[in-house]
Write a protein that binds this ligand. Structure first.
Ligand code: OOB
Length: 547
């Protein structure tokens, strides 16, 4: 099953350079938390709710919980290098569980709360996970039940651990003890790619590389010990985890408040109650907060910075954020594979409103190349100001996906640049403006949908001969998904039927096509491939006719 190595390491000379410049410090997450707990022991590290009960833990309390869980995990048979799928919503236990796994040397595989059986099974199979850690129920979904189903289907999965259960309470009560510190240059966890082909790829991130991006993110976002970060988005995602996210807040000795839900009512209640200073949202959520701010009775005056990213924040929305919420906008353009760009807090308004920022590090190498035939890229560099495909390599950008040798051969250049699939323009100041996408992915308000993954689900339906999934512009989400379907001979599937079929295959709700168009045949390109460009044009024409 394992088509490729677990971790494509950086070349030795490059790694030596990153160490010499202090980017990589040879520190593990476990050792880092120990140091933070010593420096900030009595300060609040995390505030969060589960099942209506609020927990408020200090740095020392978090550290101790993580030590206990680590010892409990080791006693239950978790070994260094074991993979464990973690599917936790924004509950306070997220941090002690993840640091517990890190201290045990195990690798969390960060699933999102929206993922369902087919995705979780894929992560567990791909990673050969030994366990799944989740909650009992969340937003009306039986997560424990889904995890047990995954355990039944995937032979490597021995355990399902449910946060909040008696078994979890026992494990979390294990006497703490020192455990061997893992290799800081080794893999710490697996993140998920947004993906453009088939199922999501797993992204191996190391202690060294990730902690570098966390420290720099905390600095760039000006986090201080008295900052309060509101994690509004699902915290397992790279953005609220590290940009600057809960880990950036920890680094600064600041508190994190975990919002159980991202809606304005919940977020505004927490901003007022906890005197939140900074948060990060996706554009549709920013728009919802802007709208709600006009009629809220909550005091939002503590909010200093709102990060917006994950999808393009249009100019109009960008301009409304500061005035409506009484804070500074900071745009962020990042990816779980590595590269993160921020507008800086002292950038001129024109840059903050009109670009998606510049890279964290001077050692982030950026190449903007001719977006010619993606199947045979020339990788010819285009001049600043011209639109091109973004390639990048640097001290926290992976050199390869986990066990994906064939995919890596095209997703990276021979000299190790990651092909982001994003179309950008670079300004003379080195800021990037994201202008489009060359990858087969729909960015549904920050939630990424790989066209091929949904096409494969649709094609599993007996009445479907062929399927092509494309983005349709949407005023609120930026994009929604439209599935074009050619029925099998004599069949006439309806859109509602196909949507239900996809949902019942156990996929995240955000991947169920928003629109389904049943057509006689697909337009084709010169070489006979389905022309998604023409399908998108047909949608645009349809929208024009309606509008
Ligand atoms: C973040 O990470 P992912 O892995 O979910 O998605 C990465 C992709 C990028 O390649 C780009 O296509 C898109 O999301 N994206 C943006 C964007 N930020 C991300 N497109 C336009 N404008 C932006 N500001 O989404 C992520 C990871 C860390 C920090 C922030 C976002």
């Amino acid at each position: 099953m394992s088509a490729g190595v677990d971790h494509v390491a950086w070349p030795a000379d490059v790694a030596a350079r990153y160490r010499a410049s202090g980017h990589w410090r040879g520190q593990t997450f476990g050792a880092w938390l120990t140091a933070l707990a010593a420096a900030h022991s009595g300060r609040t590290a995390v505030v969060g709710e589960r099942d209506g009960v609020t927990s408020r833990w200090t740095f020392a309390g978090l550290d101790e919980r993580a030590h206990r869980i680590a010892a409990g995990l080791v006693d239950s048979g978790v070994r260094p290098g074991d993979r464990v799928v973690v599917q936790l919503p924004n509950v306070p236990e997220f941090l002690p569980v993840v640091f517990g796994l890190w201290r045990a040397g195990a690798w969390p595989v960060f699933a999102l709360p929206a993922h369902r059986h087919s995705e979780l099974r894929h992560f567990a199979e791909q990673a050969e996970a030994v366990a799944v850690i989740t909650v009992d129920r969340h937003e009306r979904h039986d997560h424990a039940g889904t995890a047990r189903q995954v355990a039944a289907d995937v032979p490597s999965v021995r355990d399902v651990l449910v946060v909040g259960s008696a078994e979890f309470a026992d494990l979390a009560a294990t006497a703490p003890r020192d455990l061997p510190d893992p290799d800081p240059s080794g893999v710490a966890f697996l993140q998920l790619s947004g993906g453009s082909t088939g199922l999501p790829k797993l992204i191996p991130r190391t202690h060294d590389d990730y902690l570098y991006s966390v420290r720099e993110s905390a600095r760039i976002c000006a986090l201080r010990p008295d900052s309060v970060y509101l994690a509004a988005l699902p915290v397992a995602h790279n953005y609220p985890l590290s940009s600057p996210g809960v880990l950036g807040a920890l680094h600064a000795g600041a508190a994190t408040v975990l919002a159980p839900r991202p809606d304005a009512d919940t977020a505004f209640r927490l901003i007022e109650a906890e005197r939140v200073t900074i948060s990060g949202v996706v554009p549709p959520l920013a728009a919802a907060w802007v709208q709600a701010a006009a009629r809220t009775g909550h005091d939002l005056s503590s909010l200093e910075v709102l990060l917006v990213g994950g999808a393009k924040c249009g100019r109009e929305l960008a301009e409304r954020i500061g005035p409506a919420l009484g804070c500074r906008l900071q745009q962020v353009f990042g990816m779980a594979e590595g590269l993160v760009c921020y507008t800086r807090l002292d950038d001129p308004d024109e840059v903050v409103l009109g670009t998606q920022g510049r890279p964290i590090s001077l050692d982030d190498e950026i190449r903007v190349v001719d977006p010619d035939d993606p199947a045979a890229p020339s990788d010819a560099v285009v001049p600043d100001g011209a639109t091109g495909a973004l390639l990048t390599r640097g001290p926290y950008t992976i050199r390869g996906y986990f066990r994906a040798a064939a995919h890596n051969a095209t997703a990276f250049t021979p000299d190790g640049f990651y092909r982001t699939g994003d179309l950008v323009r670079r300004t003379p100041t080195g800021h990037l403006e994201v202008v489009g996408r060359a990858k087969e992915q729909i960015n549904r308000g920050g939630e990424k949908v790989a066209a091929e993954e949904v096409e494969n689900h649709l094609m599993a339906h007996p009445d479907v001969l062929d399927a092509a999934v494309v983005a349709v512009p949407d005023a609120y989400l930026g994009e929604r998904t439209c599935a074009y379907v050619v029925p099998a001979a004599g069949a006439a599937p309806t859109g509602a039927e196909l949507r239900r079929f996809v949902r019942e295959r156990g996929v995240a709700a955000f991947k169920v096509p928003d629109l389904v168009q049943v057509v006689g045949e697909f337009p084709v390109t010169g070489v006979g491939k389905t022309s998604k460009r023409e399908l998108r044009a047909a949608l645009a024409a349809l929208a024009e006719k309606k509008g």
